[in-house]
Design a protein around this ligand. Sequence first.
Ligand SMILES: NC(=O)C1=CN([C@@H]2O[C@H](COP(=O)(O)OP(=O)(O)OC[C@H]3O[C@@H](n4cnc5c(N)ncnc54)[C@H](OP(=O)(O)O)[C@@H]3O)[C@@H](O)[C@H]2O)C=CC1
Ligand SMILES: O=C1O[C@H](COP(=O)(O)O)[C@@H](O)[C@H](O)[C@H]1O
Length: 515
Amino acid sequence: MTVQDIHPSVAAMEIVCAETAAPPTAMVVFGASGDLVTRKLLPSLAQIQERGLLSEHFCLIGCGRTEYSDEQFRRIARDALGEYAKGIPHDTAASFVEKLYYVSGDYNDPTLYQRIKDRLAELKHRHDVHGCDVFYLAVPPVLYGSISEHLGAAGLSCKDQPDCHQQARLVVEKPFGRDLASATELNRVLDKWFKEEQIYRIDHYLGKETVQNLMIFRFANGLFEPVWNRSHIDNIQITIAETLGVEHRASYYDQSGALRDMFQNHMLQMLALVAMEPPSSFDADRVRDEKAKLLRSIRPFQLDAWNSPFVRGRYGAGVVNGQEVPPYRDEPGVAADSITETFVAARLFVDNWRWKDVPFYLRTGKRLARKSTEIAITFKQVPHSLFGSVGLDELPANILVFRIQPEEGMSLHFQAKRPGSKICMGTLNMSFAYKDIFNADMPEAYERLLLDCMTGDQTLFTRFDAVDLAWRLLTPVLDAWHDGKTPLPEYPAGSESFPQADALPAADGHRWRRL
Ligand SMILES: NC(=O)C1=CN([C@@H]2O[C@H](COP(=O)(O)OP(=O)(O)OC[C@H]3O[C@@H](n4cnc5c(N)ncnc54)[C@H](OP(=O)(O)O)[C@@H]3O)[C@@H](O)[C@H]2O)C=CC1
Ligand SMILES: O=C1O[C@H](COP(=O)(O)O)[C@@H](O)[C@H](O)[C@H]1O
């Protein structure tokens, strides 16, 4: 099927749809028995194969403390594909699992890495892989540093070779540290054995099609960029609302909270993409330079108790999607004296020529009324109403909404003439949904990211300067919240919002959009 068959309005795009196939690759995945690997990584790799983009010369070694034979690991993979990659044809699944192997051992035992090295050599020979080794750390973050050290000490990182990024890459999951000091220390360890161009720090939001659309929309159109500034934009809201609670992840989440889990990474990355200057090219480092410049321009936070730009909250008991759910404090694994937030909202300013004094409102929370991730750009009102009895207050502002998920798409709200009297008008919503136009399920973010990692494209991965800047920015907030003196109001699970969160935009005469 060609793109023209999908919809006439996308016909002209076909030339840019060509996808780069992955070159021969050998992948080693640590934490292979875990949730991320079975639910996301293996299904995404199988999907890449189904799209004809995985090299025939590919093999994957799963690694972990759990003792599996190759056959047992393949059985787990088969089950995972059955559950999480339902559209994959049987033949694809069967040929994909044939490329999987397993090595068990203790992550702190140097002999494990020697065995991995030997097995890699044997399997690369068997599968004729003349290409890069990708080491994927899908383990708890406390292990990122030590596994990297062992890989380096075993000679697997190749840092001292001029084309090291073509020989070995390291994929690091989030979170990258839990504050500035731990992130800096982790990076110091990684940097000892891997060059920055070998390190792929995952932020899975960057792999979402609708997040990538921010760059295409802004920089492949002439219409919007001229009005993308303080002269025309009144305010910007970024929302990630979830209906999920902490689920089975309290051991991680209760030590983390919404600020570390969502705000430091996904929210600031989306903010950077919306607000950055145009990069000179779509090259990884040019894009990442601009994102870092933007993060550097965010005005440092003044956390005065009477006018704090940050609000936190945590969910109490309530009803979500018709189901009664317990309060956060009663979730299994949450500490009795927990002061972890499940909601954070902030108002921030970007002190540069383009954005001076335009408020950016950001919020994210668990157990809210609906799942909704969106970025809403509200433009300034017309300066004067020339429509007689229709006052300025009655002319709503234009709003451009990027619907990141679910119901991925975009909409533009504007006034238009309604049939009727001479000044009869109404707000129209010009809307496009990915599923209507492109007639396909949205690819899983990990498909994009795994493919890019294999092809050596770092554009959608976070460079350390951005990680460092984000932690620096949030350090005063983490410090202020640490002592437990900052209010932590409870919102009923299933809420749209709550008074303390509403007060944030209300102080500037704005309000949150409905979820
Ligand atoms: N799951 C998800 O959706 C997401 C996960 N991530 C990140 O990806 C990484 C992996 O996540 P996930 O798969 O959920 O993690 P899991 O808790 O499922 O752990 C993965 C594997 O690591 C090993 N492991 C677990 N705990 C320990 C421990 N204390 N010491 C040594 N090994 C341990 C286990 O394998 P074995 O016992 O066989 O060694 C386990 O199967 C984490 O860093 C997480 O933050 C990021 C975004 C989403
Ligand atoms: O990174 C994380 O993201 C998920 C939300 O991801 P989404 O793709 O479903 O929007 C969040 O639930 C989780 O707490 C966090 O670690």
